[in-house]
Design a protein around this ligand. Structure first.
Ligand code: SAH
Length: 371
């Protein structure tokens, strides 16, 4: 029984996880992450309103309409470069509040052929967020079909966008101990609270990348099989049916050791084990491996750009200028702030990366010089 005073900060989901561990033993970090985000009753995306100034974090489309508009312009270019298919599937993975798609479609509507050819599909597991997406898109020229996974998108060419989707998929962590590498698990500490540990079974050395094998005890490395499986399926689809995908997320360009699992709770970093189901949990995306999975599936991948480079080469400053024309000083200031947040180094500009995948060379203009 918890003593009085121990209750504070405990969530129902924490109790549920503690009970599961007490019954079944420690769980891999991947399982902990999947439960925290996706538990059908108490998971973070099922219950919380994570986005915006009231929530736990602000994503690029929520910072400014300019983000979705520039992604929309990139998608119109890709549509042209794919030969203006008579019918294609416009897909977004993890659309949040639907803001990116609403802004994208406003720009894409300027090209009637795009909207006439497009069928809109949103891949979203949260029933609550589906409702919000539906209402955000109520005035849009396309009505969304919802999917639990990318696998159920019908055959045909695909144009896909995703922002901060892959970082929400469960990762596995492995930790080096003096006796070798073990999966990192969440168990119960001596005080009965959640605690990280090393799983009982040693993992075979062949599962550890060569360059990490002799790392010092305490070193952590991560794998992202859930993200890679989606990227590989996407790669197969692009290769088979044609199309292009543009993927934004924070992450790193080359495989490296390090623990990137993080919790955000009311705009501040939090202990990953403190508020399961109440804090957002994410991990940095390994873009080298993600792109590799898509290429294994058959797609061409283009040199990854930083979000800052992508947006500036897509015309962010010009768009900011025209959006600010005739506005008050205060409104112009807000637009300048948004440009900084989206594109400046030290903000989203260099932490976020952009991966372009396609069945054809260079589908999105900013990647022309990088590919
Ligand atoms: N793209 C949005 C939201 C990012 S948050 C934005 O930029 O504002 C992650 C989104 O992915 C949420 O909509 C969440 O419900 C959804 N999501 C998380 N895991 C998912 C999964 N396994 N399958 C489908 N959607 C998922």
């Amino acid at each position: 029984m918890p003593r009085i005073g121990e209750c504070c900060g405990l969530t129902d989901l924490k109790e549920k996880i503690r009970a599961a561990i007490a019954n079944e033993g420690p769980m891999p970090v991947a399982q902990y992450m999947a439960i925290c985000l996706g538990d059908p009753e108490l998971g973070y995306y099922r219950t919380r309103e994570p986005f915006g100034s009231e929530g736990d974090f602000v994503t690029a489309p929520e910072v400014s309409q300019m983000f979705g508009e520039l992604v929309g312009a990139a998608c119109v270019s890709a549509f042209e470069r794919l030969g203006e298919p008579a019918a294609f599937h416009l897909v977004e993975l993890g659309p949040g509040r639907g803001t990116l798609m609403a802004d994208l479609l406003r720009v894409a509507s300027l090209r009637p052929g795009f909207v006439a050819a497009a069928r809109l599909h949103l891949v979203e597991t949260s029933p609550r967020l589906r409702q919000i997406q539906e209402s955000t898109l109520a005035g849009a020229p396309l009505k969304p079909a919802f999917h639990d996974t990318f696998d159920t998108i019908p055959d045909g060419p695909v144009l896909l966008v995703a922002n901060e989707f892959f970082d929400a998929l469960p990762i596995h962590q492995f930790v080096r101990t003096p006796g070798g590498w073990h999966e990192r698990v969440v168990g119960l500490g001596a005080d009965g609270d959640l605690a990280f540990g090393a799983g009982a079974a040693r993992i075979p050395d062949s599962d550890v990348p060569d360059s990490f094998r002799d790392a010092p005890p305490g070193t952590v490395f991560e794998t992202q099989p859930a993200a890679n499986a989606i990227a590989e399926g996407l790669g197969e689809r692009l290769a088979g049916d044609g199309g292009a995908a543009i993927i934004f997320d924070y992450g790193y360009l080359k495989s490296a050791t390090g623990d990137t699992l993080q919790a955000l709770y009311r705009h501040a970093y939090d202990d990953v084990l403190a508020h399961p189901g109440e804090a957002d949990l994410t991990a940095h995306v390994n873009f080298e491996v993600l792109a590799g999975a898509a290429v294994r599936g058959g797609a061409a991948s283009h040199a990854v750009l930083t979000q800052g480079d992508f947006l500036l080469q897509s015309g962010l400053l010009e768009r900011a200028g025209s959006l600010g024309a005739g506005k008050t000083h205060k409104e112009q200031e807000a637009i300048r702030d948004a440009v900084e947040r989206l594109a400046a180094p030290g903000q989203m500009g260099d932490l976020f990366k952009v991966l372009a995948l396609a069945s054809t060379p260079a589908p999105f203009p900013p990647f022309d010089s990088a590919s």
